[in-house]
Design a binder for this molecule. Sequence first.
Ligand code: THU
Length: 129
Amino acid sequence: MTEKELIQAAVEMLDKAYVPYSHFPVGAALECGDGTVYTGCNIENAAFPCTICAERAAIFKAVSEGHRTFRRIVVAGRSEKFCVPCGSCRQVMREFAPEMEVICLNGKGEARQYTLRQLLPESFGPEYL
Ligand code: THU
């Protein structure tokens, strides 16, 4: 999938987000090491902490289907600011793909690209155990 297609896949997930509480939809599209793509959206819950972010929804779908390596993830939001992943999502990405690229979109469709190392420096991972 091209970067443009991956971005499109993340943007399309904004409409699937279940966000009755925050009204802040997030869409994600994750490219695995073999090129397979999994998408995700945030899914909120009346018991607020049960909410899952779009990025983790996509990663958990992929891992539960047997994938363990990831090249890049696109995170789409509709606000003015670029939709960067929360700390918990960064840590989950780090577990499997410390070198992955993270492409963050704002509501205008503009993109800003990071490495996970930039977003989560000096991070704890499996090799520390
Ligand atoms: N959210 C995500 O889906 N990904 C992030 O990395 C940041 C936050 C969601 C969680 C919640 O449904 C809403 O955005 C507001 O925090």
